[in-house]
Ligand binder design. Structure first.
Ligand SMILES: [Zn+2]
Length: 88
């Protein structure tokens, strides 16, 4: 089962509407998850790419995900819509 959508901020798969962020007015975002995007705005707009890498690593380790999955997500991060303007 391959997720069609991943969050364009944190790489989390958005498998169902409950995981999607919300736009102003309550409709569902098609780009961001509920942890990153609520009520039409990013939850942590000041967050930098290195901070997001750290957060993802911490979260995934908590979930006991294998290192290869973590690395895969980290390597996807800079290509996501949110981070393409970032200079690393
Ligand atoms: Zn997200």
């Amino acid at each position: 089962m391959m997720p069609k959508l991943i969050c364009q901020s944190c790489t989390m798969p958005i498998d169902n509407e409950a995981d999607a962020g919300t736009e102003k007015g309550g409709s569902k975002s098609t780009e961001y998850c509920k942890y990153c995007y609520q009520d039409g705005a990013l939850v942590n707009p000041e967050m930098t790419l290195p901070q997001m890498e750290e957060l993802i690593t911490t979260q995934m380790k908590k979930m006991n995900l294998p290192e290869s999955i973590i690395q895969n997500s980290l390597s996807m991060l800079p290509r996501l819509k949110r981070w393409q303007k970032e200079k690393v």
